[in-house]
Design a protein around this ligand. Sequence first.
Ligand code: MN
Length: 745
Amino acid sequence: MATLRQQIATNVLTVTRYRDLLRKIRSYRSSDDLSLVKKAYDFSLEHHKGSERESGEPYLAHPLQVATILAEMRLDTTAIAAGLLHDVVEDTTVTVDEIKTEFGEQVAHIVEGVTKISKIDFASSEDAQAENVRKMVLAMMDDIRVVLIKLADRLHNMRTLKFLSPERQHKIARETLDIYAPIAHRLGMNKVRGELEDLAFQYVDPISYDQVKDAIELRRKEGEAFLAEVQGVIEQKLKENKIQARVEARIKRLYSIWQKLQRQRISIDQIYDMLAMRIITQSETDCYAVLGIIHNQWRPVPGRIKDFIAIPRNNFYKSLHTTVISEKGHAFEVQIRTEEMHKMAEEGIAAHWKYKDGPVSARDEQRLAWLRQVVEWQRDIKNSNEFLATLKIDLYPEEVYTFTPKGRIVILPRDATPVDFAYTVHTEVGNTCVGAKVNGRIVALRYKLRSGDIVEILTQPGHHPSRDWLQFTKSSRARQKIKHWLNVHQRERAVEIGRKLIEKEARKYRISMKSLSDAELQRVSSENGLAKPEDLLAAVGYGKFSARSILARLVPPEEAQSFSGHAPTVPQTEDDTSGGFTSVVRRVFGGDNSAIKVKGHDDLMVYRARCCNPIRGEEIVGYVTRGKGVAVHSKSCSNVDNLLIEPERRIAVEWGRDAASPAWQAGYPVKLAVHCDNRPGMLKQIATVISDAETNIRNIEAKTEEESATVEIVADIADLKHLERIVTGVRKIPGVRDVQRLQKL
Ligand code: MN
């Protein structure tokens, strides 16, 4: 029970906050009649009387704070009155009709919308969730002020989340990150989004939050001193050039720094630009002039200059971005924009929300277009999951939303290809797919689909899946279907190959296959524990038994005499079948490393599998392919796991003696990816290290993005040791984050 003294103290606080609110509204709506707001305050005070927040404050403090946030967004008095009343229907006995009588149709309608959204449980099962999100979107469509109040409500609840139980904290924070922050982002409200994200981050992943926070705290003093210095230089330069602008220095938000760390998989020490400057000018022309001044002063990082004024982001964000490097080697980001762009970037849709000047402005109309589109779709969508999916196009970038030519939505994992799409449509479409058209243009089967792509699959009867598809398909459905097809059909091929191998072997000794009776085949099959002759042929096709050893058992003893006389070195028992290959493989790999043929099998070749390109020194494994010879894979090749589906086709292989010729002559092309900072001179340094290792560079290619770069190099490598030497050398170059060997060339 609160003492009288405490009661007076809280009442004074409430009244002070209320006066604050009125002053805020006055500051941007000096001539508005505030009687509606006053009446709403009295009504809210009356009905929430006696109830408290978990913090121990009177409940009224919450609607009052929500209304203050709305006033900071500069919303109209209708919205602020509705903000004061937003919990009355949900938490007290007041009905929507009463609100209507007291405050009119509009306020009642908004309060009703907010109440409906509050009842949505976003953490429920996906189906229910879809229905809930649909309801919310419909409410939003009706009056955007409903969503703005809901965002303000959520913001205040997040600010006071520490008073709730850990379970509720986690649930509400998760929902904030999943639903509310993305909506704020989509509406261009960066300030609200930023605060929501940082508050939620703290509860959703407290360990990472503390890590990032501690790391920043450690560098804060140094960072702030640096920023102050930079700010001084910029202000001086602006003055010299007679440009009026204000300069803001800041350390970036925790959640955005953490996301960057996640995306680039770098440690916090390497975080490029946790420091940022913002220059707010008075005209667009000045923005470009300031960019020139900045680049004149500091060296820009290539690939990091972004002109969002010429090409605004899809939430209408406008600004110039660049990253430059200070004299001391510190990188920092600079954003340049006009006051108006700044306001739009911070407040988004709320910045232009003026009901007084008529309904919605043209720009806000555009902002709402995506929502409207979603709701229009729902007319055709019976399934609520599909509805949620369409909404998620903007909220969840980790999935790709594509369409059939008839407009049906197909949801795929990120980086999915037309093959994934085909299998999602129908297994048979997947199996017979030979190509695809995306947005009317023919693309490769490994093309990476993007949201909004309209995909048309080209099929050809009789065509069938290839094992290569497993290398680029992303959806589990497609991968599973491809593996299934390969399993079933490879057996048929194996039988065919086995038959051919035996026929060929037989021809050498002028034995006709026809002279071999079915009974004989059946006998040898049974001797090997196989049910029928087909199984025996398949086993030969898979390389489990050599054709010769089977033939030796099929022919009558008198013929076998001459048979063994012709080829005394060939192993006669099935336990030793791999020995024949091994010796041959060893021999050919030791010398000539161009196209290699296996002696005795004109159509069988030994080749290095293209998926992993093994090099001398690596552990390798052979695999008898469908009629293409023996593929030699690296033991670490991801395909080797797939090959385990048919372990009987595996065969032991090994490297021959070292080649005597210089590395670059006998070498194998190997592709390396170097992930590094994007700085001048990097490419040259990498190339030098590699050339110095007595090797030949076949190709070098650099891709830059933001502050990082990926350099891909194809170089001739003699063996594993040679490769290790080069990788170690490249890793030592300052600014190199990682060196990877890419299995594919
Ligand atoms: Mn509330």
